[in-house]
Design a binder for this molecule. Structure first.
Ligand code: NAD
Ligand code: DAU
Length: 358
């Protein structure tokens, strides 16, 4: 039985990953979810597995060396799947410090403890240990020309404090691979969407605002492009990289699903109108008139697009969920989980929203 330490497991992708793994492997794995529960962490996401005997939650900050050391001392951890991060670009523009603390120093703390726990006296490592560092395509910067893609060898060119902090953490992981032959891999995924995503991010924010009849804020000209991937396809890719990938390697994850932001917003409006019953009074206000162009994000990257050739060839992963299907499922999930959203839309969120979109 393999023991997984999942950091940031109460966040959007981390909680989807834990649900995916518990469903796929049942009692054949043991998962320790290590999460500080920042504004983005939500244990409600994991209610269905919280009482399972092969799942534990430990509330801890990945920067807290003592707390992380204790977990490594208590459990024989085989895999670290490292999601924990400050993840929102807009917040990083307003308050970069915490991004450096968590994303850079937190990653270093985890690397040191995993290395200490796994390294043998001759400098080699215990068999079959792996540290999977979950990174982002944003470290590659912005694509300006049609037909260009991010490959694993694309030079780093981060622009936001968020992507700069993720790039720094990637370099630390790479340095541990090169210096200590530490058993790690890095993945760079494009934009995820799906259930349990915090409504500071474009897709859940637009769904929530539509339902409330609030304006739909679009930065700049709305023509920035993101490459959207359904979150479960990302979770599956991580599992396959751990099982089929090679130590020391980097893999890009994406599904060739580029869309302009304005297209995404219109698709959500159309999908809600398709799904909602004609008798639903919210239908009256859900239309394109809600779209409002607002000031652009500072340093806004124009386009991201992943070339997933390596992961397909070497790991055998391909996305399985088309955007048309994934967005239907996502919109339906938010409609069926309005209570989840009502808990997330607390005073902190409303204060953030007011400041951000004033
Ligand atoms: P999220 O913001 O939804 O969740 C982050 C989680 O980390 C939260 O549960 C939070 O409580 C926890 N956390 C934050 N600081 C912590 C700390 N100091 N110690 C312990 N836990 C802490 O993020 P997400 O969207 O699920 O992203 C997860 C990872 O995937 C991040 O590393 C992000 O860079 C990467 N990523 C995200 C996307 C995307 O589209 N969301 C795409 C590619 C890569
Ligand atoms: O590419 C991977 C990255 O995707 C991850 O590393 C990040 O953690 C994740 O947050 C996401 O970053 P983005 O900045 O691309 O996602 P976001 O949902 O914040 O924005 C998507 C696009 O929509 C972006 O071009 C900005 C725009 N946008 C966003 C918001 C919140 C708007 O036009 N209006 C908005 O209100």
């Amino acid at each position: 039985m393999k023991t997984y330490m999942v950091t940031g497991g109460a966040g959007f992708i981390g909680s989807n990953y834990i649900l995916y793994m518990m469903e796929k492997y049942g009692k054949d794995i043991f998962i320790i979810n290590v999460d500080k529960l920042t504004y983005a962490g939500n244990l409600e996401n994991l209610a269905s597995v919280s009482n399972e005997e092969n799942y534990r939650f430990v509330k801890a900050d990945i920067c807290d060396s003592e707390a992380i050391g204790k977990i490594f001392a208590e459990y024989n951890i085989d895999r670290v799947v490292h999601f924990a991060a400050e993840s929102h670009v807009d917040r990083s523009i307003k308050n970069p410090e915490v991004f450096v603390e968590t994303n850079v120093l937190g990653t270093l703390t985890l690397l040191n403890h995993a290395k200490n726990a796994w390294e043998k006296s001759d400098g080699s490592y215990e068999e079959d240990k792996i540290f999977l560092h979950v990174s982002t395509d944003e470290v590659y910067g912005s694509l300006e020309k049609e037909g260009e893609f991010f490959y694993e060898k694309t030079p780093y060119d981060p622009h936001s404090p968020y992507s700069a902090s993720k790039a720094s953490s990637d370099f630390l992981v790479k340095s541990y691979i090169d210096t200590y032959e530490f058993p790690a891999m890095i993945t760079h995924c494009s934009n995820n969407y799906g259930p349990y995503q915090f409504p500071e991010k474009l897709i859940p924010l637009i769904i929530n605002n539509c339902l409330k009849g609030d304006k739909l804020p679009i930065y700049g000209d709305g023509l920035n492009v993101r490459d959207w991937l359904y979150v479960m396809d990302h979770c599956k890719a991580i599992d396959m990289v751990i099982n089929n990938g090679k130590d020391g390697e980097t893999y890009n994850i994406g599904g060739h699903n580029e869309k302009q932001n304005i297209q995404i917003v219109k698709i959500i409006i159309d999908t809600l109108n398709e799904i909602l019953d004609d008798s639903d009074i919210r239908k009256k206000h859900i239309n394109y008139d809600l779209i409002t162009y607002v000031d652009d994000r500072k340093g806004h990257d124009r386009r991201y697009a992943i070339a997933p050739d390596k992961i397909k060839k070497e790991v055998g992963w391909e996305p399985s969920i088309l955007f048309a299907e994934g967005i239907q499922h996502t919109v339906k999930w938010y409609l069926a989980n309005e209570e989840w959203m009502s808990h997330v839309i607390n005073k902190d969120y409303l204060d953030y929203y007011k400041k951000m979109y004033k």
